[in-house]
Design a protein around this ligand. Sequence first.
Ligand code: XIL
Length: 450
Amino acid sequence: MRMIRRLSRAATAGLVAAAALTAAAHSAEAADTLGSAAAGQGRYFGTAVAASHLGEADYAATLDREFSSVTPENEMKWDATEPSRGTFTFTSADRIVDHAQSQGMDVRGHTLVWHSQLPSWVGSLGASDLRTAMNNHINGLMGHYKGEIHSWDVVNEAFQDGGSGARRSSPFQDKLGDGFIEEAFRTARAADPAAKLCYNDYNTDGVNAKSNAVYTMVKDFKSRGVPIDCVGFQSHFNPNSPVPSDYRQNLQRFADLGVDVQITELDIEGSGSAQAANYTKVVEACLAVDRCTGLTVWGITDKYSWRSSGTPLLFDGNYTEKPAYDAVLAALGGSGDPGDPGDPGDPGDGTVSCTATYTRTADWNSGYNGQVTITAGGEPISSWTATVTLPAQQTVSSLWNGTPTRSGNVLTVRPSWNGTLAAGASTSFGFTVTKNGSDAAPTVGGCTAS
Ligand code: XIL
């Protein structure tokens, strides 16, 4: 066990109390972060974290501001913690646990017994050695973090996909049989009686053959007194594996067995309002189930997601809140938007922006007048630039309320007297075009502001 940790934990108690006060003060106004809004609903809101990114200022700032729980994304897995038999390394996992404790966050332990990210030495053991090694691994990790982990994923992904409801082949299953799961949970309970012990899996989010098999196992464990406290639903969703329509019912039937349920690795591929709507469904399902104690998203920013190309998370690669973020915050009863100067992307966040829109204001046989309206975003701006690309035959005979420079048929227009705009305010420039036989509209390019 980590003696330093025991001390820092005592210190952390003060921090946790301070964090609770801050959360209470926030919710008196309106909870404006994921963690404080979830706390208002009696839930935690967590994220997977990679130790290697903690030194990145924006990463750490977003983590510390928004989340109340962390799950090490890879650092507590078998290959990271016991790469050779009996030799434990906790350096990276300790970094995450230390960071979380310094911020008053909870830690989910992930994961003790799993077929993946398993060093090859484990697979080469005979049955009796394997049983000893499995129990030793559980004792090694849970002993090191005793009293510091709110929930452990004791066994991860032990069931097969598809319709059979069978156990997945793994060294544990193949050599120890079905009983390895029960043995792992009994060892885990003895190793850290304070930790909630979870079974965690994917494609078990709706009612199906796989979740039925897990349900049967949990029911059996509860009836025989095998120690299990929670079931984790990974909830990795994409168009081929959407949020199931019976998600809430499935969570509820597990809760009715007398275990907590947790959303453990949530990510939903997509973007915009469709992605936001799916996130809303998940949060609402959890809030509708009393024993759904919290949600964890599988990463902070799209740029570091394990499914990065699917942009499945709540913050984009620049740590700007996506529509999915606003939807989750709203579903949790929080309100950060619009208008919170602390929120990236909101008015007051220091990011200047503008938009440019085009209309034709006059038209005659040989020519027309166009107008471009420039509107500042949530921050005041002191200058702007927009581009107007004319169809090949057309030429501009005059332009007012703007300063053009021409390159071929592209005009880059900057302010003349009208660069300074308050947040949300507009100005416009106009121009006269000679058609030379083409009546097509110009293309007005994106606005940039400074
Ligand atoms: C993933 C991590 O996100 C990746 O960085 C790693 O390369 C592979 O594992 N189910 C789980 C998680 O339980 O541990 C997995 O995490 C994602 C699927």
